[in-house]
Design a protein around this ligand. Structure first.
Ligand code: NAD
Ligand code: MG
Length: 403
């Protein structure tokens, strides 16, 4: 049915203008990166691709760069430079490599940048984009967890726009719709509970990497999938929310909601609660950030509540899932604790995926490293990177000692 044509001041919704933007995607070959490119494929003439980046998959990156006529393709691993040059031959796309090239790519003029590198490795390019005053769609939660107030200050001082992409934070962003934080009573982050929500402690002790990455609702990269299984993901998201939405740590709660239909909620002080709902498909929050403040169509499944039938909720079991509590304590402790926590978790997750430690050892390693030392509040990006690399060394040593 077509919409009524009658104009009515104050009620009429302007037709969505087709956004036309220049776009860079950091982490273009990953789960979030390829979902972003899938959305761009739906209307390619509306976008000009400036830079695409990847860590080591030179051939995959070159394929995307050719398809989207990217100006520049950047491979993080310098050892893959020649492979990228060869794969791009005759394409017109420039081939850059190495960590400095990621920063140079962030210097290029792009209206909108997707930050979808996994881990603290994505922090420096994000900071560079923000300091240039760009619009940055933030998927890379580890970068915000590690740098915290420094990233928010970089965005504020340059007038950059930080658009949350993590489904929970994008949901909160939509529910806030620019409202004053003075009116907000609480924020509830929903959590699916991951693949081990109903597992016993003993079952979790024996969990294998292939079981941990088999998320019941979402299809994601390996690292965030393991974080979802330990529920450190929800803890990292708690820290992320604390920085993005300054309502106070105590006002941010976690609620397990196994269907992943409600992506998060904002309760206002009049006790009105707004929630954002949708199919568990990252293309929905990515599309919201890509088109913001407009809306674009996606090919995502519509939400069919009659078929879903029931939405259920349960409290977090913080005995089987200590991750969120460890994260809450780290942000409350302040200083360099969140950066240490993030680095230790990245190393522990990689060790678990490599079969070097057990599933429950992840939280043990993170706690051990956090208890080891407490550096002062980082004052600049270099401080964060120094804390990150020291914590990685400590976590690696703790794993070696344990084994
Ligand atoms: P992924 O592993 O699928 O992709 C990661 C991307 O980063 C790849 O393009 C890879 O080449 C690149 N990369 C990895 N290490 C790098 C390095 N050292 N230097 C340069 N590039 C590097 O990860 P993902 O699932 O797409 O997640 C990306 C980020 O988005 C993570 O921070 C994750 O927590 C966040 N996120 C993901 C989802 C999801 O559904 N996948 C949802 C919410 C948030
Ligand atoms: Mg999330």
């Amino acid at each position: 049915m077509s919409r009524p044509e009658t104009k009515h001041d104050g009620l009429i919704v302007p037709p969505p203008a087709t956004p036309s933007r220049s776009v860079s995607i950091f982490g273009a070959t990953g789960s979030v990166g390829t979902s972003t490119l899938d959305l761009i494929r739906l209307n390619p003439s509306a976008y000009r691709i400036v830079a695409l980046t990847a860590n080591s998959d030179a051939e995959g990156l070159a394929r995307l760069a050719r398809e989207f006529s990217a100006e520049v393709a950047v491979i993080g691993d310098p050892a893959r430079h020649d492979a990228l040059v060869a794969a791009l031959e005759g394409s017109g796309t420039r081939a850059w490599s190495g960590p400095q090239a990621l920063l140079d790519a962030a210097d290029l003029d792009a209206d909108w940048t997707m930050a979808a590198i996994v881990g603290c490795a994505g922090l420096a390019p994000i900071m560079r984009s923000l300091l240039r005053g760009r619009s940055v769609a933030l998927a890379n939660k580890e970068a915000l967890v590690s740098s915290g107030a420094l990233m928010i200050e970089a965005a504020r001082s340059s007038g950059a726009t930080l658009l949350p992409v993590d489904s929970e934070h994008n949901a909160i962003f939509q529910c806030l719709a620019g409202a004053s934080y003075d009116h907000v009573e609480s924020i509830t982050l929903t959590a699916s509970g991951g693949p081990f929500r109903t597992w016993t402690h003993d079952q979790m002790r024996a969990a294998r990497p292939d079981q941990a990455v088999a998320h019941p609702n979402w299809s994601m990269g390996a690292k965030i999938s393991v974080d979802s299984a330990t529920m450190f993901n929800k803890g990292l998201e708690l820290i992320e929310a604390h920085h993005l939405f300054p309502v106070g740590l105590d006002a941010i709660r976690i609620l397990v909601h196994p269907q992943s239909v409600i992506h998060s909620m904002v309760e206002y002080r009049d006790r009105s609660t707004l929630a954002q709902l949708g199919s568990p498909d990252m293309k929905i929050p990515i599309a919201s950030a890509l088109a913001w403040p407009q809306r674009i169509p996606t090919q995502c499944l519509p939400l069919d509540l009659a078929t879903i039938g029931q939405l259920t909720f349960e409290p977090l079991d913080d005995v089987r899932f200590p991750g969120p509590g460890i994260c809450r304590a780290a942000i409350a402790a302040g200083g360099g604790a969140p950066a240490i926590l993030n680095a230790a978790n990245e190393i522990a997750v990689a060790a678990f995926l490599a079969g070097e430690i057990g599933f429950l050892d992840i939280a043990t390693i993170v706690s051990l490293v956090l208890a080891g030392y407490s550096p002062a509040e980082p004052q600049c990006l270099q401080d964060v990177l120094a804390i990150d690399s020291e914590a990685r060394a400590c976590a690696t040593a703790a794993i070696r000692t344990r084994n």
